[in-house]
Design a protein around this ligand. Structure first.
Ligand code: ADP
Ligand code: MG
Length: 297
């Protein structure tokens, strides 16, 4: 199964160009769409989910013309939107049962079985009678996955599912996502590099509506081999370093600052070669794109 997005563009009525000529080929497995806030991730997710129109371009899931077959798509789609509202006064079990009916599962005992299995799978079975208003952020997101899994979807879209989760909940959520079948397409949009490095076989980096690069995290990392450099400096030298070197990130460590830079050659003798991380790759592409945009103005 393949999802092929071609030349997709979208400008909102207020003039914001959210997607510019997006091309992506997404195979089965987990695909990470990584980009900062405002990159166009949710716009793309909503468009694939048929909740919103594009101005131009096409999306095909194998032979299925996604943008012109809303009904067919919704039958095989599981979607967890970025802001997933739940009815606070009813229980997880009741709401999931309701969603299951909407998804077309009309046989009562079959529905009961499916709902129970999904509550087990998302580790919510013990809390199934609890009102959703009493759920923590992580529990709500797991409930969101439970409803997205209803009806055995072939395409699952989860939009920023780990934003706002604490580390333990994020790990639990990662485990849950990693157990979703390998024979379906899962698209995970996120601004958190770790989500992608932990979970995704393939990925794209998106910024300001444009896809900057796509590939397997492993291959993208390989391209940065021997090009990432690190040095530890006193705080007051930071501005100078930012000006002088191709810095991609900085972090505080033991009262000093660790500076990472990306360049083909060693930036200066006090830098040491380090192994690239996906964060280096991500920041490097975003910074390069921002620079190009600034120069084009
Ligand atoms: P992301 O999910 O990556 O944060 P979005 O798709 O939400 O990005 O937004 C992309 C751009 O489109 C942003 O500049 C955002 O402000 C704008 N945008 C999103 N939705 C609308 C809308 N309904 N009307 C106008 N502009 C919008
Ligand atoms: Mg978003």
């Amino acid at each position: 199964m393949k999802l092929i997005i071609q030349n997709l563009s979208k400008t909102y009525p207020n003039g914001t160009q959210a997607l510019t000529n997006v091309n992506l080929e997404i195979s089965t497995g987990m695909f990470g769409l990584l980009g900062p806030n405002g990159a166009g991730k949710s716009t793309l997710m909503r468009t694939i989910s048929t909740l919103q129109d594009a101005d131009s371009g096409s999306i095909f899931l194998d032979d299925l013309d996604v943008l012109n077959n809303e009904k067919e798509v919704r039958k095989i789609l599981g979607y967890l939107p970025q802001s997933f509202g739940v009815y606070p006064r009813i229980s997880a079990e009741e709401l999931l049962d309701h969603f299951a009916t909407l998804k077309g599962i009309h046989n009562k005992s079959e529905r009961k079985e499916i709902v129970e299995a999904l509550l087990q799978q998302t580790n919510l079975y013990a809390d199934r009678k609890k009102k959703l208003g009493k759920f923590s952020g992580g529990m709500k997101q797991r409930f969101g996955i439970a409803q997205a899994l209803l009806g055995n979807p072939k395409l699952i879209i989860v939009d920023e599912p780990t934003a706002g989760l604490d580390p333990a909940e994020r790990r639990r959520f990662h485990n849950l996502l990693s157990e979703i079948g390998e024979n379906i397409i899962v698209i995970l949009s996120t601004h958190i590099v770790e989500d992608v490095s932990d979970l995704c076989q393939n990925m794209a980096i998106i910024n300001k509506g444009e896809v900057l690069v796509t590939g397997a995290p492993f291959d993208l990392l390989k391209e940065f081999d021997g090009k990432v450099w690190e040095t530890t400096i006193e705080k007051d030298l930071l501005d100078k370093h930012q000006e002088k070197y191709p810095v991609v990130s900085t972090r505080h460590f033991a009262g000093k600052i660790v500076v990472r830079a990306v360049s083909d050659l060693v930036p200066d003798a006090h830098f040491q070669s380090v192994s690239p991380t996906l964060e280096d790759v991500y920041f490097s592409y975003i910074i390069k794109n921002e620079k190009q945009k600034a120069e084009a103005v």
